[in-house]
Design a binder for this molecule. Structure first.
Ligand SMILES: C[S@@+](CC[C@H](N)C(=O)[O-])C[C@H]1O[C@@H](n2cnc3c(N)ncnc32)[C@H](O)[C@@H]1O
Ligand SMILES: [Zn+2]
Length: 285
């Protein structure tokens, strides 16, 4: 079944329900928001922008897309999709939100896995970076795209059956507000050995991080249904994918240029992936 367009959006300025009128979303108080040519709507109020171009840059989004499209993280997409298909009824209509969706690789994989002939799906990618949304909707124009922050998501209370936050910036109170009773929340984080070889080259004094801790406040959402660790090794990363991977991580801003060059000069390099996937269910039917 085709993915469906969003029916409900809230005005970011006053929270009123908006109506879609051709290429705009309009609120009863007269605020209106254009739908960009690329298909997304920018609902990030100017006063919530911490910079002129918030979130991942155009170059970072392009690097992430190239790396993910090469298939190096397929096991993560498969694990996300498997966990969700295992815990969702196959026929009930589904609203999915990917909070901090980046260029939409996991949202697209999830929709492909959850799509059945009977099920209606409204899938929304939200990110603070307009570049991310452009790439996400280029991947699949049937996805809905919102530029906004996880701190203030312009969607109605209890409207989402599934919320994904992968390598992102979770805001639990907001996520709890968005999730429907019985809804699922899936969070994917780096585990202690994630990209160990990269970190060893960037920071020779590296100490392994502690075991992954439960994130403070995550219990606002509900009880943990499933927690799993996913570890795999990428055999050999050549210079280009290694550089793309570096650009996907906080080390791209954190490590010195000399350290980044040292890392890239060491290609080809094997790379450990170590992830923690946590699935929670909101109380309710
Ligand atoms: C590490 S990337 C992960 C992207 C995607 N989930 C993935 O795993 O491929 C983090 C993303 O969060 C976005 N971001 C940063 N701050 C945000 C916020 N406050 N609200 C929503 N997205 C945010 C960035 O623009 C970036 O696309
Ligand atoms: Zn308004």
């Amino acid at each position: 079944m085709p993915l469906l367009p969003l029916r409900d959006l809230r005005c970011p300025l006053d929270g009123d329900a908006m109506q879609r009128q051709s290429s705009q979303w309009q609120c009863p108080k007269g605020h209106s928001f254009d739908i960009a040519r690329q298909g997304y709507v920018n609902l990030l109020p100017v006063q919530h922008k911490k910079s002129r171009d918030p979130g991942d840059s155009k170059a970072m989004v392009a690097a992430r897309k190239a790396f993910l499209d090469s298939g190096f993280y397929t096991p993560i997409a498969t694990a996300i999709s498997q966990l969700c298909t295992d815990h969702l009824d196959t026929t009930a209509p589904l609203a999915i939100l990917d909070a901090g969706c980046g260029e939409g690789y996991y949202l697209q994989a999830l929709c492909a896995a959850l799509d059945t002939p009977e099920r209606e799906i409204i899938a929304t990618g939200l990110d603070i970076s307009k570049w991310a949304l452009r790439a996400c909707l280029q991947r699949n124009r049937q996805l809905n795209g919102i530029v906004a922050s996880n701190r203030q998501v312009p969607l109605p209370d209890h409207s989402q059956q599934l919320l994904l936050c992968a390598f992102g910036f979770p805001v639990y109170r907001e996520f709890a507000r968005l999730l429907a009773p019985g809804g699922l929340y899936l969070q994917v984080d780096a585990g202690p050995d994630h990209l160990l070889e990269m970190r060893e080259h960037l920071y020779p004094e590296l100490r392994r991080s502690e075991a992954p801790s439960i994130q403070e406040g995550i219990d606002t959402i509900g009880p943990v249904l499933n927690e799993q660790r996913l570890q795999f090794t990428i055999d050999e990363l050549t210079h280009q994918p290694l550089e793309q991977l570096l650009m996907m991580t906080p080390h791209y801003h954190r490590a010195s240029p000399a350290a980044q060059q040292r890392l890239l000069d060491s290609a080809p390099l094997p790379m450990t992936a170590d992830l923690v996937l946590r699935l929670l269910r909101v109380d309710g039917p």
